[in-house]
Ligand binder design. Structure first.
Ligand code: NI
Length: 136
């Protein structure tokens, strides 16, 4: 039996999408408004799902209080109210697309998940755009 447990977290951050070899014009063509030279912000929603069998004693796959604390300690503490291009060591040198942020968040959490196994990290960048990474 596998049960999936999801914790949602929110953070606000600035970023600029660009490729260093592209001109400003080319970056604007490829990345649109997300390539504004001085950056812009998003209110992100992160959903972390852990899969596993409920523990026979607690009935938990993972204690959601612990999952909340892990997300705060290993992700939110680094990214909330930060510039993702400049301030975040685990995104250093990475173009901070939602895809790349989701993958980086996966690697931030993976070593710390106990009990269940990390199943997915979903990152909602706008109301309509959601990215999911499952570690494959
Ligand atoms: Ni953007």
């Amino acid at each position: 039996m596998t049960v999936y447990v999801t914790r949602r977290a929110r953070f606000s951050a600035a970023h600029r999408l660009s490729h260093p070899d592209f001109s400003n014009e080319k970056n604007l063509e490829v990345f649109g408004g997300c390539s504004n030279p001085n950056g812009h912000g998003h209110n992100y929603e992160l959903e972390v799902t852990v899969a596993g069998e409920p523990d026979p004693l607690t009935g938990y796959v993972i204690d959601l209080k612990k999952l909340k604390a892990l997300i705060e300690e290993h992700i939110l503490a680094y990214v909330d109210h930060k510039n993702l291009n400049i301030d975040v060591e685990f995104l250093s040198g990475i173009n901070p697309t939602a895809e790349n942020i989701a993958v980086a968040c996966w690697h931030q959490l993976l070593p710390h998940i106990q009990g269940g196994r990390l199943h997915s990290v979903r990152l909602r960048e706008t109301e309509n755009n959601v990215i999911e990474y499952r570690g494959e």
